[in-house]
Design a protein around this ligand. Structure first.
Ligand code: CUA
Length: 359
């Protein structure tokens, strides 16, 4: 037996540390096993239950690996540190190779990773394919709002995704591509569903899941998509079947947009709304000073562009029509008043304000 082997035989403190690390692992593993994730972040769809199960599996087995790796590293650092009476040139022992240890610390993580891979393969793909018999609808990411199209509904629904509880749904997720300027990547993320999918122009990804808990949950864009990114949020409303049917019926019956009484407009109110809702895309400046859309400062009084609205001079009624219905054309795309959260009164106020500019 060599000199080295005797000096570095593991002593009793090593086994004490090993048992202590085992106890710490057991406590942490029990915490993971019994942690009510559902109470921290509700599991509002079956996809959430699957992801949480995989998450717990991975965390549960990661804990002993982490505790022993860090625990032994710390222990060895202190236990076998250089003493003051040892020369600075001391380099410690030349131990290497332990076939048994190396076999096990390779095999155990390899088997765990393989198991996690197989479990993921069994759980995850079913949420990424269309399902026969599921309600199918479309979700489209725009700058900077969400559009939802339901079968049988003539008008799109904006920024509010209504779903019936307990009914499987397939959502075809994509992003608008009216022109190159507008074609950016958004994201469809509902934390309570544990579903996160990029919305890519030209690519349609089917997401399938079953909502299992009623309530209102946030839908968030997590892909940086321009100046309005931080405001790109919507609500997912999971309702009972009868509430959903009532909502659907009401939405189907709604005819277009509320009539806007323009005479009631108030310029000061319009200025406020403009600052809140319009300045992400528009300046109150000459037409050519674009942000996302053109400058609107001279909209009603523009000698350089006398025919601004459909080749006609701008008048209050036509401009109100564009703000209410939205715009799609060579200049880009503007969402309608519902998507922008504008009331009929807001539209009237905006018109009154725009008319006061650069008179
Ligand atoms: Cu859309 Cu960020």
């Amino acid at each position: 037996m060599s000199e080295d082997k005797r000096r570095f035989t593991l002593d009793r403190s090593f086994w004490t540390v090993t048992i202590a690390l085992g106890l710490i692992s057991a406590v942490l593993m029990a915490l993971v096993k019994f942690m009510p994730l559902d109470r921290v972040l509700p599991e509002a769809a079956d996809s959430a239950q699957s992801i949480d199960y995989l998450f717990k599996f991975m965390t549960f087995f990661s804990i002993p690996i982490m505790v022993y790796v860090y625990g032994f590293a710390l222990y060895f650092i202190f236990r076998y540190r250089r003493r003051h009476d040892q020369p600075m040139t001391d380099v410690g022992s030349g131990i290497h190779d332990h076939k048994g240890l190396e076999f096990w610390w390779t095999m155990v993580p390899a088997v765990l990773m393989l198991t996690l891979g197989i479990l993921s393969y069994l759980e995850i793909p079913k949420y990424y394919q269309a399902k026969a018999g599921a309600v199918t609808l479309e979700a489209i990411g725009h700058k900077w709002f969400y559009e939802f199209r339901y079968p049988g509904l003539k008008n799109s629904v904006y920024n509010e995704l209504h779903l019936p509880v307990g009914v499987p749904v397939t959502i075809d997720v994509t992003a608008a591509e009216a022109n190159e300027r507008d074609a950016v990547i958004h994201s469809f993320w509902v934390p309570e569903f544990r579903v996160k999918q990029d919305m890519v122009p030209g690519l349609v990804v089917p997401l399938t899941f079953t909502p299992i808990r009623q309530g209102t949950y946030p839908l968030v864009c997590t892909e940086f998509c321009g100046v309005g990114h931080s405001a790109m949020r919507a609500a997912v409303v999971i309702q009972s079947r009868s509430d959903f049917d009532a909502w659907y019926k009401k939405t189907a019956a709604a005819s277009g947009h509320p009539t806007v009484a323009l005479s009631a407009g108030n310029a000061a109110g319009g200025q406020q709304i403009f600052a809140q809702k319009c300045t992400a895309c528009h300046n109150a400046a000459p037409f050519d000073q674009r942000k996302v859309g053109p400058g609107l400062g001279n909209l009603f009084h523009d000698p350089a562009h006398p025919k601004l609205v459909d080749g006609k001079p701008a008048n209050a009624k036509d401009v109100a029509e564009i703000i209410s219905q939205g715009f799609r054309g060579d200049m880009g795309m503007m969402p309608n008043m519902q998507a922008n959260g504008l009331s009929a009164k807001d539209v009237a106020n905006l018109i009154a304000y725009l008319q006061t500019l650069h008179k």
